[in-house]
Design a protein around this ligand. Structure first.
Ligand SMILES: [Zn+2]
Length: 224
């Protein structure tokens, strides 16, 4: 009788611990941006003119996840920015390279809710030289609005999910992308086409790398 009671208490304690330490699962919500004939055409042109890849479909083979922050404070405003197919004329440094609007496959809100804007393997313009092989994750926040613990956990969840589906070999912060120049992965026609980036911050990358250490995913090559 005594041992039965002991086993019961052991079970109860185990279930209590598993609830307390179970990873919270953040929802992934489909919220597709416009991908009309114009966006398709501009994506194919970008793939050809900038990355040197002649394709009939605007698809990618993901081997990399690039983490960003938006510097735009809300999901709604960011969605509006990404939703149109062409880039506004005000972003001169980008329009000269292509009329295709910027976007990413995922957005992560400050409460960790994940929004999927495009299927994982559809082309998005979010990182010079590497779009053709990189899935983009935009986090709502920026230099004046540090990314949250929920976003850290949601990014980890998303990276683990993507790693289970694709041969993801690299996870990088956007500010690290130029380190791929002079590597076989870099595909950009104009050696001078480059923008300076700080997102999503070094601290966030340090934290995310510590959380996914067991996946043995590489970072960007070291600065030369
Ligand atoms: Zn970025």
């Amino acid at each position: 009788m005594k041992s039965e009671r002991f086993i019961f208490i052991l079970f109860w304690l185990c279930s209590l611990f598993s609830v307390a330490f179970a990873q919270k699962k953040y929802p992934v919500i489909d919220r597709p941006i416009i991908f009309d004939a114009e966006r398709k055409q501009l994506s194919l042109e970008y793939l050809y003119k900038r990355h040197g890849l002649k394709q009939t479909e605007p698809s990618i083979k993901p081997v990399m996840v690039v983490l960003h922050w938006t510097e735009i404070p809300s999901i709604e405003t960011t969605f509006k920015v990404f939703n149109r197919s062409t880039i506004p004329g005000s972003r001169k440094e980008l329009t000269s390279a292509s009329a295709l609007n910027v976007s990413s496959q995922y957005m992560v809100d400050r409460d960790g809710t994940i929004y999927r804007l495009l299927p994982d393997t559809v082309f998005a313009r979010h990182v010079i030289g590497l779009n053709y092989c990189a899935i983009g994750v935009e986090n709502i926040g920026g230099s004046n609005s540090p990314l949250t613990q929920a976003q850290l956990e949601a990014n980890e969840q998303l990276i683990r999910e993507l790693k289970s589906k694709y041969p993801i070999a690299y996870v990088i912060g956007h500010y690290e992308y130029t380190r791929f120049k002079n590597t076989p992965l870099w595909k950009e026609a104009d050696p001078n086409y480059q923008t300076s980036k700080t997102d999503p911050g070094k601290l966030f990358m340090q934290k995310i790398r510590a959380r996914i250490e067991d996946l043995h995913i590489k970072g960007a090559p070291a600065n030369k």
